[in-house]
Design a protein around this ligand. Structure first.
Ligand code: PLP
Length: 405
């Protein structure tokens, strides 16, 4: 079918594909996952430093119970199940210091990712410019392109813990700039904004009259005694910030596809227009599971959130110590999320070349930094949510391979 379409497109002088997809590639991180899976299915050991504990049992049970009820066959409320929205409002008050109205300010989305796209579709369009951190999560740029707006990269200061420099940001602003997308804790670098940085960002966006989409997918993973803080909780920020959160990372609910957006009532109205005309609602029984997850104390397996975050911290320490012990590797200590983003420039290869060699020669899976923007070149992104023995085995394979370069 696809081939027929392509032939048709070639034969026609008028292109049949939407221009907005030009230059967008398939998700490279999904492709890397598929590559590792294929090698594993062929019986090989792949070192990807990643594995998660199971979704909590009570979460699965809540979804099963809902599935067995007559409600399961019906469309759910397009805003999100009432019990989930109230669980989210309680969670926002408890963990983020935000008082939100479940009826007018919270919208459930199929994962954080689609939530962010929905927010962008509600706010941006052709002629608009959207500021993106560089390096930054690889889906932001294609998402901005899907809206017809122009992504504008803002280089982070690599030598300074990937700090966001507000002077650099200011220089990227034009009269078409509408939105700034931020990610905290940051994928791919593991940077976490300090309270002072968040306050400076708040006064900056107020003075420049910008909207912010704040991606907090990794909010529960912050280390060394830090506390995650939401930009939307700062004075005056509620109207200006759309916050995207998700169950995926915290509760190992990646395939469930449940996230949510918090925004002012005026923006929420627009968000819900995009949502109802595209998805109608998020899968009802997955939402029932998400409500149980947010009201429960267990994050993954039998671990509480605090226990999970502390095991990630130990895994981070093991990975970063191992990386730093390799000659030629420099590594910023991640403050949150579960990624290490070492500098590998001394090996004289591009990050893509090094990533390919590591996989080909040692079955070590690390994403090339270039996937995350020009500012990511010269780095690799490693995950560290595997158990310690897996991290140690991966490090040994990595060390052997890099020594031979
Ligand atoms: C920075 C960031 N934001 C958002 C997401 C979206 O997660 P989900 O759509 O599974 O909620 C991801 C997932 O990889 C991510 O890394």
């Amino acid at each position: 079918m696809r081939l027929r379409h392509r032939k048709l497109a070639e034969a026609l002088t008028v292109p049949i594909f939407a221009r907005r997809l030009d230059g967008i590639g398939f998700s490279a991180s999904q492709a890397a996952i598929a590559r590792s899976k294929a090698a594993r299915e062929a019986g090989e050991i792949v070192h990807d430093f990643g594995s998660k504990l199971d979704t909590p049992k009570h979460v699965k049970q809540a979804a099963i119970d809902y599935l067995h009820s007559p409600k399961a066959a019906l469309y759910a409320d397009p805003r999100g199940l009432a019990e989930l929205r109230t669980a989210i409002a309680r969670k926002l008050a408890r963990e983020n210091g935000i008082s939100a109205d479940a009826d007018t300010e919270i919208t459930v989305s199929p994962g954080g990712k689609q939530g962010i796209l929905t927010a962008l579709l509600a706010l941006a369009g052709p002629g608009d410019q959207v500021l993106l951190e560089d390096p930054g999560w690889l889906s932001f740029e294609p998402m901005v392109r899907l809206t017809g707006a122009r992504p504008v990269p803002v280089r982070l200061r690599a030598g300074d813990g990937f700090a966001l420099d507000l002077d650099v940001l200011a220089r990227r602003i034009t009269k078409r700039t509408r939105i700034l997308v931020l990610c905290n804790p940051h994928n791919p670098t593991g940077r976490v904004f300090t309270a002072a940085e968040l306050a400076a960002i708040a006064s900056f966006v107020q003075s420049r009259d910008l909207m912010v989409i704040m991606d907090e997918a990794y909010e529960h993973f912050v280390f060394d005694g830090r506390r995650h803080a939401s930009l939307a909780s700062l004075p005056g920020m509620h109207e200006r910030v759309i916050t995207a959160q998700t169950c995926s990372k915290t509760f190992n609910m990646f395939g469930w596809r449940v996230g949510w957006l918090l925004a002012s009532p005026a923006i929420t109205e627009r968000i819900r227009l995009v949502s109802v005309h595209s998805i109608t609602c998020v899968t009802s029984f997955a939402q029932a599971g998400a409500a149980a997850a947010l009201d429960g104390t267990i994050a993954q397996g039998s671990l509480t959130l605090a226990e999970l975050a502390s095991s990630y911290q130990q895994q981070r320490d093991a990975l970063v110590e191992g990386l730093r012990a390799i000659k030629g590797v420099r590594c910023f200590m991640p403050q949150g999320a579960y990624f290490a983003f070492p500098d590998i420039k001394r090996f004289g290869l591009t990050s893509q070349q090094l990533s390919d060699r590591l996989f080909a020669e040692a079955r070590v899976s690390a994403n090339p930094g270039s996937l995350f923007g020009r500012g990511g070149e010269g780095h690799l992104r490693f995950v560290f949510n595997a158990q310690l023995p897996q991290i140690e085995a991966g490090l040994a394979a990595l060390q052997r391979c890099l020594r031979s370069l």
